[in-house]
Write a protein that binds this ligand. Sequence first.
Ligand SMILES: CC(C)(C)CCc1c(C(=O)O)[nH]c(=O)[nH]c1=O
Length: 310
Amino acid sequence: VDLSVSWLGLAMANPLYNASGVMCRSVAELEQVRTSAAAAVITKSCTPQPRTGNPEPRYCATALGSINSMGLPNAGYPYYLDYARSYPYAAGKPLFLSLSGMTLQENLDMLSDLAAAQLPCLPEVNLSCPNLPGKPQLGYDFQACHEALTQMARVYHGPFGVKLPPYFDPVHFARMAAVLNAFPALRFVTCINSIGNGLVIDVDRESVVIKPKDGLGGLGGSYVLPTALANVREFYRLLPGKHVVGCGGINSGREAFMHILAGATAVQIGTCLYEEGEGAFARILDELRALMAHKGYQRLDDFRGKLKTL
Ligand SMILES: CC(C)(C)CCc1c(C(=O)O)[nH]c(=O)[nH]c1=O
């Protein structure tokens, strides 16, 4: 069984890597991912300056997944650029840099600096970043997205990608696809970011479980799998020539298989990686390999995007 993936001029031994935000804030964590069975690495979404993020508790895992309102704690863009400068690209594991400015200008500043650095790493721009006050997150404001991407594509000419929030309405899928299809240099979309503003309640304590936003936070893990799969399949259909990276609810080879069947080129592991540690990569790969062998598939292309409808 061959698990290799080749895309954007990159060759990956397998389709798995971390989701931005998990095991990727410090160099020590990034090296944990790089030296694991993961085939690529992505950094924590960064801002130009370091941020401590929200007060704790700001993450909580449940039997069905996780809730977080981290508040973008990160070591700052220069820290991750420095890691990208010394990263061993020749070892064959691609590096992605996640950018999440608090304003459009911050994203433009980081992207133009990254362009000047001329490094082999690829930017993944987080569209769950804040928009103007009184407006929803950028990814939910289609007009603002189009304007932001126009300016980003003006300062950064290489291939880049975006991390998308989940969408829940066919009209929203179509509107966002129309925006994304206007940018040839936008080569991949990562679906999905956490499902925003969920609320987890602890019955014994009769309390919320995270401190920020009176308990509201982004949902990850099994809670989001059907939504993640829907976003992967819809954007796989709606963005011809672009790649979709699947993210959301992957706990085993079965969910990785589902994401690839729905059209994902590669897949990111978030909550499961946070809870299990880097051993999750080898376990999930073994399970995916066994599932493919059982089904008689030699390589990922044998079933990628071939989800049957009834
Ligand atoms: C939600 C933002 C803080 C604007 C971006 C960072 C982020 C966070 C975070 O740092 O709170 N958590 C997520 O699940 N997804 C994200 O994209």
